[in-house]
Design a protein around this ligand. Structure first.
Ligand SMILES: O=c1ccn([C@H]2C[C@H](O)[C@@H](CO)O2)c(=O)[nH]1
Length: 137
């Protein structure tokens, strides 16, 4: 599946976003290593704090279905220029390694980064592995 097809799928998903409070739909599409596509949208909550972003929504759906390796995540909003994932989503994304983050704007602009580039000096599972292998632990 090429970049444009993923962007189109993500854009189609915007209609499913549940965002009655912010009215800011976000849609994400994960391309899993085996080619499976998993969608996610932001799901807001009357408590506000219970809101889950589209990126984390997609990752939770993918992991729940048994996927842990990803080639890319494609994120779109209705902003003209590409919006980039929030800090919490960056941490959530990097948990599963280094893969492409494709951000698409409504004006057709596309920005491509990676999970590692979006979160420099990230705290990752490797940090805990290092700790657990310390003899002094
Ligand atoms: O990376 C982000 C940033 C924000 N949102 C959602 C959360 C909320 O529903 C709305 C406004 O912040 O956008 C996402 O889905 N992903």
């Amino acid at each position: 599946m090429n970049q444009q097809e993923l962007l189109d799928k993500a854009r189609a998903g915007l209609a499913n976003a549940y965002c009655p409070y912010s009215k800011f739909p976000v849609s994400a599409v994960l391309l899993c290593e085996d080619g499976t596509i998993v969608h996610g949208v932001n799901v807001e909550n009357a408590s506000y704090g219970g809101t889950i972003c589209a990126e984390r929504s997609a990752l939770c759906a993918a992991v729940s279905a048994g996927h842990r390796k990803f080639k890319s995540i494609t994120v779109v909003t209705n902003l003209e220029t590409p919006a980039s994932p929030c800090g919490l989503c960056r941490q959530f994304m990097v948990e599963f390694g280094d893969y492409e983050v494709v951000m698409g704007g409504a004006n057709g602009t596309v920005e491509v980064m990676s999970t590692y580039k979006l979160l420099p000096l990230a705290f990752t599972p490797a940090s805990l592995d290092e700790f657990n292998s310390q003899p002094s632990k």
